[in-house]
Design a protein around this ligand. Structure first.
Ligand SMILES: Nc1nc2c(ncn2[C@@H]2O[C@H](COP(=O)(O)OP(=O)(O)OP(=O)(O)O)[C@@H](O)[C@H]2O)c(=O)[nH]1
Ligand SMILES: C[C@H](OP(=O)(O)O)C(=O)O
Length: 228
């Protein structure tokens, strides 16, 4: 399975702007990307980052990844829209196998899945449906495994529903992967709670370095940022 990780380099995570300044959002997006890459490599795959602009993973934001992650990761620059860039990497051509699927399967994992683990990805990648989808809360498509050359993505909006429909229109089988770790994309300030509780490495460390901590208020856990 080829695994691609789309990554918006400039102005990422704008929905976090109420709580993170521009440079902090770029730094935090990089930290989440590093955690996603680590999980993919731990699951035994060699990720390709589809970056909207050239990046050096470890430059600029004081981030160090393991030798294993550095060596396994390729960065490709593609400034087309998310949908176009991903579609250009999906299986193409004839279905190679008798059941219509292809050996050239592709996994697509978003870079903001800060809770991702190798186990969660393995569950997504090890099925045999033509398309396996890990939906995000709110109707997005957080991760995909595509094993059929007729499937194409169409991101934004309720893309989980759109992707089911696209698959059905071509008579493809679909598996929905029910996973807390893959369903939790980090989009909104409230999502930062999940990073501090369940995050794996760089993302929670980075948030703590910005002064974020868990706080219990009115019996509910939230995040609070200490004054500098
Ligand atoms: N290659 C590529 N990746 C993208 C693009 N837009 C978003 N992404 C990535 O796709 C994933 C999901 O994107 P969103 O949750 O919409 O992320 P975002 O655009 O950084 O966040 P917001 O500005 O808050 O909407 C993340 O991994 C982004 O880095 C794009 O135009 N091209
Ligand atoms: C890319 C988009 O992500 P969201 O905006 O839902 O995080 C989607 O899954 O269609």
């Amino acid at each position: 399975m080829r695994v691609v990780v789309p990554f918006a380099v400039e102005s990422p995570k704008t929905r976090l702007s109420p709580v993170l300044a521009d440079r902090e959002r770029r730094s935090f997006a990089r930290a989440m990307l590093a955690d996603v890459l680590r999980a993919i490599v731990a699951a035994g795959y060699e990720p390709t980052v589809l970056a909207t602009a050239p990046i050096d993973l470890e430059a600029d934001f004081d981030l160090t990844v393991s030798d294993e992650v550095r060596e396994a990761t390729t960065i490709e620059v593609d400034d087309r829209s998310l949908t176009e860039a991903v579609n250009a990497r999906l299986p193409a051509g004839e279905a190679g196998k008798d059941d219509g699927t292809t050996d050239d399967a592709v996994g697509v994992v978003m870079a903001d899945l800060a809770l991702t683990t190798a186990d969660a990805l393995e569950r997504l990648f090890s099925g045999d449906a033509d398309v396996a989808i890990a939906p995000g809360r709110g109707g997005g498509t957080n991760a995909l495994a595509v094993r059929h050359p007729e499937f194409r993505v169409d991101y934004h909006g309720a893309s989980y529903l759109d992707h089911r429909e696209i698959a059905a229109d071509s008579g493809l089988t679909v598996e929905t992967v029910d996973s807390f770790r893959l369903a939790t994309d980090i989009d909104e300030p409230d999502d930062l709670v999940e990073v501090l509780i369940h995050g794996t490495e760089h993302a929670p460390t980075r948030l703590r370095s910005f002064g974020f901590e868990l706080e219990e208020r009115d019996g509910r856990v939230t995040v609070a940022r200490s004054a500098d």
